[in-house]
Design a protein around this ligand. Structure first.
Ligand code: NDP
Length: 247
């Protein structure tokens, strides 16, 4: 299979989009380290889904925003598995609210998890990747990082920041055969969108040329392409997966 022998780390790989990415990479032959921060039950469910389908998975708990935890987790993975070939920076949170009322802590939490977390994990994963002269880093961004969104100044700033991080790190690692890209989902059916009213969902659909929400598998497919050999000459790019809502 395409990713046989590869070691992948998916931050926030326990549920939602991260789960779909974990399942996809495992189905292609990778050993997937499923990361979570607070809910071990969902990580165990994801591991079981992978193993029941004949794949390989391990669970690793750490907070992506905590430098010490990230360093020791990545060290442990390299000790146990021998290397890290693929990193998907998927862990993300929202703390929405209009800027005038947004608390400083809500800005810091979202920037720390969504942007600093990606920096810390990319830094930690780059060491084994450089040693091997092969690596794939994919940052999960969002359409609002490009379009902006009222009520999400913290989140859209973090996701826009991911775009700069993606391009700069791509330039730093290009000569080492390590590609760095972003995937920017639009509206995806997850627990978050399930909680919306029918009216709210209808309004969103009316803004999407393809008139439907995406699935976590749509995002996983884009990640699978970027980490594959077919994606070897693609670096520093953002692949938008949004049904045409932002072009
Ligand atoms: P979910 O809220 O369903 O899952 C979030 C995951 O991230 C969980 O596994 C959670 O672990 C983990 N996580 C959160 N904080 C941390 C942390 N500090 N350290 C480690 N893990 C953490 O998210 P989605 O699947 O909806 O989103 C996944 C990514 O896709 C995010 O980056 C999001 O911004 C992006 N995205 C989502 C869209 C959507 O429509 N859903 C649209 C565009 C982008 P635990 O369960 O333990 O808390």
């Amino acid at each position: 299979m395409m990713l046989d022998g590869k070691i992948a780390v998916v931050t926030g790989g326990s549920r939602g989009i991260g789960r779909a990415i974990s399942l996809r990479l495992a189905s292609l032959g990778a050993l997937v380290y499923i990361n979570y921060v607070s809910r071990p039950d969902t990580a165990e469910e994801t591991q079981k889904l992978i193993e029941d389908a004949g794949g390989k998975a391990a669970i690793i708990q750490f907070n992506v925003a905590d430098a010490e935890q990230v360093q020791s987790a990545f060290k442990q993975i390299v000790t146990d598995a021998g290397s890290i070939d693929i990193l998907v920076n998927n862990a993300g949170i929202t703390r929405d609210g209009l800027m005038a009322r947004m608390k400083e802590g809500d800005w810091d939490d979202v920037l720390d998890t969504n942007l600093k977390g990606a920096f810390l994990c990319a830094k930690a994963a780059s060491k084994p990747m450089m040693k091997k002269k092969w690596g794939r880093i994919v940052n999960i961004s969002s359409v609002v990082g490009s379009s902006g969104n009222a009520g999400q100044v913290n989140y859209s700033s973090a996701k826009a920041g991911l775009s700069g991080l993606t391009k700069s790190v791509a330039r730093e690692f290009a000569s080492r055969n390590i590609t760095v890209n972003a995937v920017a989902p639009g509206y995806i059916v997850t627990e978050m969108t399930d909680a919306m009213t029918e009216d709210a969902q209808a309004k969103i659909k009316s803004e999407i040329p393809m008139a439907s929400l995406g699935s976590p598998e749509d995002v996983a497919g884009a990640v699978a392409y970027l980490v594959s050999e077919d994606g070897r000459y693609v670096t520093g790019q953002t692949l938008h997966v949004n049904g045409g809502m932002y072009m």
